[in-house]
Design a protein around this ligand. Structure first.
Ligand code: ZN
Length: 285
């Protein structure tokens, strides 16, 4: 199944994407939140669709699409998880996964604009495969980790490199700005993706291909990451884990290339759809 959320930011309703069309399921499901994933919501949704699919109202074309998960407790990201990307940033290949947190207030819809933060000069792009936690995970073995995954979604881990790398401390400063986490369009349930470790992922800026990688190049795979993270924190249903970006970010160019107002970023992953963000200048809101 492909889960979507639609409507005004902060007031999204749940829906599903079937054969190119979006349908409203808010008559049956409250939202795709922690409670939904923790209480068999995915199975319930599947059963409901098998009974009532024909009578679901279609969502009007042009309706805004939001992040497919409601109010995740956290977004945890993995740094330098593709060897060529580590090389382009002049960083060594990590011996253990590098973790950082991305603020949940950065979450935005897949077609919403990305706003360059106040005083930013190095706003950059990162196409990533994200996975969504399906049940509470603490000290999970890698061999059992896939039981804790609900599904997958496309993520642009937008990053401000000066804030991230030149302002001291951890990377989090450059990762959590408003609009820095376009997620979706879909949460694709685990059963639909036969092998999450063989997916092409790509990103274009102004129609020019910048990143063109494959998740078969991940240094640490999904079971390893989930198990590893669960040694340091409890992962709750609905939490989003972003697995890192392949080579081709703006920082890696010589000289580096960063986003500016008017740029258009498009990205996609096999089976997980595509997203598109217009880059806009900072404005108080
Ligand atoms: Zn990233």
């Amino acid at each position: 199944m492909k889960l979507i959320r639609f409507g005004e930011a902060g007031k999204e309703k749940p829906g599903v994407h079937i054969a190119g069309k979006n349908y409203d399921v808010s008559g049956f499901i409250k939202d795709y939140d922690e409670f939904f994933f923790a209480h068999g919501g995915v199975q319930h949704l599947g059963w409901m669709l098998s009974q009532h699919e024909a009578m679901l109202p279609e969502i009007p074309a042009g309706a805004r699409i939001g992040c497919p998960v409601a109010n995740p407790s956290k977004i945890v990201c993995i740094g330098l998880n593709y060897a060529k990307h580590a090389k382009e940033t002049n960083a060594p290949i990590p011996k253990e996964p590098i973790l950082f947190m991305k603020s949940t207030t950065a979450i935005t819809g897949p077609y919403d604009p990305v706003m360059i933060p106040k005083n930013s000069v190095k706003t950059d792009w990162e196409v990533e495969l994200a996975f969504v936690i399906g049940k509470k995970a603490s000290y999970v073995e890698a061999s059992e980790a896939m039981d804790y995954v609900a599904g997958y979604c496309l993520h642009n881990d937008v990053s401000e490199r000066e804030f991230q790398l030149e302002r001291g401390g951890t990377w989090d400063k450059g990762k959590g700005c408003d609009t820095f986490a376009p997620l979706g369009p879909w949460l694709v349930t685990k059963d639909e993706i036969a092998n999450p470790h063989a997916l092409r992922l790509w990103l274009k800026v102004n129609d020019q291909m910048m990143q063109d990688g494959n998740t078969d190049d991940l240094i640490f795979n999904i079971p390893q990451l989930l198990s590893y993270l669960s040694q340091f924190m409890t992962l709750l249903p609905g939490d989003i884990i972003s697995t890192g970006t392949p080579a081709g970010v703006g920082l890696g160019f010589n000289p580096p290339v960063y986003l500016k107002p008017g740029d258009v970023v498009e990205l996609g992953i096999d089976g997980l759809g595509t997203s598109r963000q217009n880059v806009i200048a900072y404005a108080r809101h």
